[in-house]
Design a binder for this molecule. Structure first.
Ligand code: DGY
Length: 336
């Protein structure tokens, strides 16, 4: 007697072996061993015989990909952001999409503070200076930077990550202003010691402007030339959200002209490409999209994505009830 073949699942990038093994209990698993970017055409080719996939947050799935993936029933982003997905197209095709909210908030918030400190206190520039043999001895005027303590922290986008960033400000005695589409309830504002202001006030008053908003059509280039022009000359811009939220060309101009003091960026418009003009600037700290990259958190994200996919494909203890569905409406048009 032939048992029916097990559903095929694709893991687009290397992932912790022991966590991928949990997929193998239910599915035929194809797991990539090299980290690389995937074009839409390649995604379509790879997904043509797959029921599900674990995706990196830059792996695109839209209608053009779905048209070649007739068996696809679920995709699980191993990250909280999902601007790589055309959610409407997935819903229309009846493909469940999931993400990993919650588990990375505190780790990303820690890293945001690392970027703030590194940017204001010129940590990476100072290390480059020392390693290149330029240090001739202790100099009183060497690498003079900005302070954090007592300065105003401004947060644009006050979801879970923005709130976790805000809660850390108390030790630095930094007043916190925020702007968000929806104002937080009083108890949460109190917990974050944060005051809601309009966007213009935030831009004008923040000494550190942290971007923690999701990337979508409404937030694309939320920070461009006009917004940078409203910021203080001594202010720093910190982006741990998504590259597209900032107009990179406008930011390069503002940094080069010292229109703002500096920037700390973990994300870029065309990752992994970083504009050469950005690389040439000293007043910007650049990191390769690692804000959530602590070992424990990345393991939790991987594990959550795997649980989501197993459940979305109708297996495991949560069969049919994946915990973190982005497009609940996909269930209406669900593929058999
Ligand atoms: C996310 O989760 O969206 C991060 O940007 C990648 O880990």
């Amino acid at each position: 007697m032939h048992s029916s073949p097990r559903p095929r699942v694709w893991v687009t990038r290397p992932l912790f072996d022991d966590i991928v093994d949990r997929l193998r209990e239910h599915f035929e698993v194809e797991c990539e061993t090299l980290d690389r970017e995937w074009s839409r055409a390649e995604m379509a080719q790879k997904l043509r015989d797959k029921a599900g996939a674990i995706l990196g947050v830059a792996d695109p799935v839209d209608a053009s990909v779905l048209a070649h993936a007739p068996l696809l029933r679920a995709v699980a982003n191993r990250g909280v952001g999902y601007n790589n997905l055309d959610v409407a197209a997935l819903s229309q095709a009846g493909v469940i999409a999931t993400n990993t909210p919650g588990v990375l908030d505190e780790t990303v918030a820690d890293f945001t503070w690392a970027l703030m400190l590194a940017t204001a206190r010129r940590v990476t520039e100072a290390e480059r200076f020392l390693r290149s043999g330029q240090w001739q001895g202790m100099s009183f005027h060497l690498m003079l930077g900005g302070d954090l303590h007592g300065r105003t922290l401004g947060i644009l986008g006050m979801g879970r990550i923005g709130q976790a960033v805000a809660r850390r400000a108390v030790g630095f005695r930094m007043p916190v202003l925020y702007h968000n589409r929806t104002r937080l309830d009083e108890a949460t504002e109190r917990d974050c010691a944060a005051r809601h202001v309009d966007r213009e006030t935030l831009l004008r008053e923040a000494d550190f402007l942290v971007l923690a908003l999701p990337m979508n059509a409404q937030t694309r280039h939320a920070i461009g030339a006009a917004e940078l022009a409203q910021m203080k000359r001594e202010a720093y811009l910190i982006n741990i959200a998504r590259g597209g939220v900032v107009d990179d060309a406008a930011l390069i101009e503002a940094l080069a002209a010292r229109r703002i003091a500096g920037a700390g960026l973990d994300v870029f418009e065309r990752e992994p490409a970083v504009p050469p003009a950005m690389l040439a600037l000293d007043n910007v700290v650049l990191t390769p999209h690692i804000a959530s990259a602590s070992l424990a958190t990345r393991r939790q994200m991987a594990s959550m994505a795997v649980d989501n996919l197993i459940a979305a494909l109708g297996c495991g203890p949560q069969a049919g009830r994946p915990a973190h569905v982005i497009n609940a409406d996909s269930l209406l048009a669900r593929r058999a």
